[in-house]
Design a protein. Structure first.
Length: 188
């Protein structure tokens, strides 16, 4: 074999090895490229799903928040209406006829001990003084700021018979659910 033939054989073998390396490189490059594209596609899919989930959760959260705000506003308005209704009850108690008012206040006085001080609402001072004429152990004290009724004080105890207290401490808790049901039966 001549030197030229050896040179050609080495060159042919080198060209063949280079071609094989190029095919392997192209194959590896294509494989990595496909893997990267699949990874990118998967990451995009995961990101889109997470984004959709986050958007859905945010919408649900905002919807619940809005619903809660509406509910709280509605509840606040209902409480205001109920308070107005019970304030009207106090107005009606204050507007009772003199005879009916005397009977009511007399019933309240009968709930009190035999000794103590009555501090009447200014509008009812005269009626209470009349009712207490025969009660020697009960004295009439200074008027209080109340729409009606009185406070009864004995020793270290105080009994509140003001119209506001009777309505808001006893009548309202006992009737609020039923009254609210009647007033708001058509609301959701």
């Amino acid at each position: 074999m001549s030197l030229q033939d050896i040179h050609e054989a080495i060159k042919a073998q080198a060209d063949e090895e280079i071609a094989t390396l190029q095919r392997e490189y192209q194959h590896t490059l294509r494989r990595h490229s496909e893997e990267n594209e699949r990874e990118i596609a998967e990451k995009k899919r995961v990101f889109r799903e997470r984004f959709k989930k986050d958007v859905t959760q945010e919408r649900i959260h905002r919807s619940m928040q809005l619903s809660l705000q509406k509910r709280n506003i509605l509840l606040q308005k209902k409480q205001e209406i109920l308070s107005s209704v019970y304030n009207q009850v106090i107005d009606r108690l204050c507007a009772l006829t003199a005879d009916t008012l005397k009977q009511f206040l007399f019933h309240c006085i009968q709930q009190c001990p035999e000794n103590g001080m009555v501090r009447p609402a200014a509008d009812h001072a005269r009626i209470l003084q009349t009712l207490l004429v025969g009660k020697s152990g009960i004295v009439v004290g200074e008027s209080i700021t109340a729409r009606g009724g009185f406070l009864f004080i004995t020793g270290d105890q105080e009994r509140d018979f003001t119209f506001e207290h009777l309505v808001f401490a006893y009548l309202r808790p006992a009737t609020e659910v039923e009254t609210g049901g009647r007033l708001f039966s058509s609301t959701v």
